[in-house]
Design a protein around this ligand. Structure first.
Ligand code: SF4
Length: 326
């Protein structure tokens, strides 16, 4: 029964690129070996809509710490005494050099990431725009920026500088968001996403699993991202940092997390879905299954405040699965 339900939904998504909310709720409640059936189906949907290549992205932590927001998972919030590195915005040249290295390491997208609610000064904004212009001149990597909340005018200026993608996570579902953050709202995040889209930027917006949300929240997140018509979806797994509000969260079983990735592929069949932060710690030996579960991207070369594994290991994993990069 469960297998035929998965097959029915797979056929439906392949032909209609769509499924109903209630069907997604049934899907996220699957357990046991049905999760393997689900992954196989998610893989077929992935190959049909986005092919077999794995997109690699890489980031620079361009400004770290001292963030006035209180996101419960974040090592950079000033509400949490985590001992994370604190530094002001790095120079444009450092950003450009890091982008060049990322390109050499096969990343196709390079993100400039700053901590904080938004970009504070015109000087900072100009430095970032200058870095974007230089990246466009000196590399063929696709620049992305994650600068907190931005206005429509800022989005236009970033687009004019040559930015391709704006990154701004929704983090979780609307219903669960108040348990994650009290200093800004879900609608603030959506406003930034809409500003970026209106300015003609691509949007990358993702989520974190493991903050204490329930399975229906995963369905809500994916439908919100579908509604927002984002282009790319990073799925992160909480890697609890000591002294953050979520430091004691129990890790979710790897198969549950993979079920979540597969769910996202069913709901967002033709989008880039990248499994990013927390994959090593949370998936452990099942890490390569993330591509079978429907992911077609990942972040290489480490995360914002935590190290990833060696890039070479990721490339071997992708090669061993018979997948390409690009
Ligand atoms: S706004 Fe960004 S940097 Fe600030 S606490 Fe939230 S996640 Fe961390």
């Amino acid at each position: 029964m469960e297998k035929s339900f998965v097959e029915y939904l797979q056929k439906k998504v392949l032909s209609e690129k769509d499924m109903k909310y209630g069907e997604a709720i049934d899907l996220v409640n699957l357990t046991g070996t049905a999760i393997f059936d689900l992954m196989v189906a998610a893989n077929r949907i992935k190959e049909h809509f986005v092919g077999k290549n794995v997109h690699l992205c890489s980031i620079i932590n361009a400004k770290s710490g001292k963030c006035p927001e209180d996101c419960g998972f974040c090592a950079q919030s000033s509400s949490h005494a985590t001992g994370v590195k604190v530094f002001d915005l790095v120079g444009a040249d450092e950003i450009v050099e890091t982008a060049k290295s990322a390109e050499k390491e096969l990343a196709t997208c390079f993100g400039i990431v700053t901590s904080g609610r938004t970009i504070n000064t015109i000087g900072e904004f100009d430095t970032i725009c200058a870095a974007i212009r230089k990246i466009r001149d000196a590399t063929s990597i696709s620049p992305s920026a994650s600068l907190g909340m931005i206005s429509y005018e800022q989005a236009v200026a970033l687009k004019d500088a040559g930015l391709v993608t704006y990154h701004h996570n929704i983090e979780t579902s609307r219903g669960f968001f108040p348990k994650v953050c009290s200093t800004h709202t879900y609608d603030n995040a959506i406003e930034t996403i809409n500003n970026a889209k209106r300015a003609g930027l691509k949007v990358c917006s993702g989520v974190i699993f493991g903050l204490g949300e329930g399975l229906p929240d995963w369905v809500d997140m994916a439908f919100t991202l579908k509604e927002l018509r984002v282009d790319s979806v990073p799925v992160n797994f909480l890697n609890p940092v000591e002294n953050t509000r979520f430091e004691g969260n129990e890790p979710l079983p790897p198969l549950e997390l993979l079920k979540g990735v597969a769910l996202f592929r069913f709901i967002l069949p033709d989008k880039r879905i990248s499994v990013c932060g927390g994959r090593e710690k949370n998936l452990r030996d099942l890490q390569s299954f993330m591509f079978l579960a429907g992911a077609n991207g990942t972040m290489v070369g480490g995360y914002l405040t935590t190290k990833g594994r060696q890039r070479e290991e990721d490339l071997v994993m992708i090669h061993d699965l018979g997948l390409g990069t690009g």
